[in-house]
Design a protein around this ligand. Sequence first.
Ligand SMILES: NC(=O)c1ccc[n+]([C@@H]2O[C@H](COP(=O)([O-])OP(=O)(O)OC[C@H]3O[C@@H](n4cnc5c(N)ncnc54)[C@H](O)[C@@H]3O)[C@@H](O)[C@H]2O)c1
Length: 282
Amino acid sequence: MAYNLLMGKRGIIFGALNENSIAWKVAERAHEEGAIFTLTNVPIAIRMGDTQILADKCNTVVIPADASNVEDLEALVVQSMEILGGKIDFILHSIGMSPNVRKGRHYSDLDYDFLAKTLDVSAISFHKVLQVARKLDAINEWGSVLALSYVAAQRTFYGYNDMADAKSLLESIARSFGYIYGSERKVRINTISQSPTPTTAGNGIKMFGNLLDFSERMSPLGNATADECADYCIMMFSDFTKKVTMQNLFHDGGFSSMGMSFSAMEQYNRGCEDEEPDHKFD
Ligand SMILES: NC(=O)c1ccc[n+]([C@@H]2O[C@H](COP(=O)([O-])OP(=O)(O)OC[C@H]3O[C@@H](n4cnc5c(N)ncnc54)[C@H](O)[C@@H]3O)[C@@H](O)[C@H]2O)c1
């Protein structure tokens, strides 16, 4: 059901790779709600993925940009304002990538060049997007900027590796920049901490299926889907959340407030009776 929540608003959506991507669902919902926006991704993802199909569905264009490259971001923001006919009202940063995860490096044996890349692409790119937008004065008053995070920023999750450090930094950038952009120009900046979700990035996490199942059993409302995340993003881009800023907003069916659920305990009992704890790390 559409409510015209974003009628007249202009946006930029990063990170739609294929129909499983959270950004893909956000773009579909934003289109339904009356927004106009540009889509962007790295050139290789545009070539290998389906971003152009989404653009055709949403009557828009795809502008290639590496989110870790400031010149690319400047061109993206300037072109987006030209194409959309004015300043921007919302931005979705839906980007994550860790070469250490991809190459199977253990957290106690990280490649530091890879770590720098993880932090640059997955977190510092958010600062770059905000800094470029602010210097170009590209965001309207009461604009809303969101990035997607995960609870591994606060608590340790087996296999999440250096992406946990990237998410901590990402959430910190939302607070630090949120203060500046909010007080100067009334732009709000938040992160949404989403349940594990079966996407290309999600499936890259070690034993992702088990994480998904554990999280489902631990969450009173069950895992939040990508479609539900899109609904939440739309609400955060809308005028109904004008005074929400500098927050990390959990969208996880209650997972982040749980310790142990009956369902997880039952499964644990079935699987681990009489076994000694195993303190190996991988
Ligand atoms: N899937 C999950 O379980 C989950 C849970 C919580 C948060 N998130 C976060 O949601 C966001 C979106 O991920 P997703 O799960 O939809 O997976 P996805 O693989 O569909 O999206 C990740 C996107 O990042 C893009 N990207 C990678 N490097 C880039 C760069 N240098 N510049 C621009 N774009 C780049 C990829 O091309 C891809 O489109 C990520 O921040 C991810 O960490 C995912």
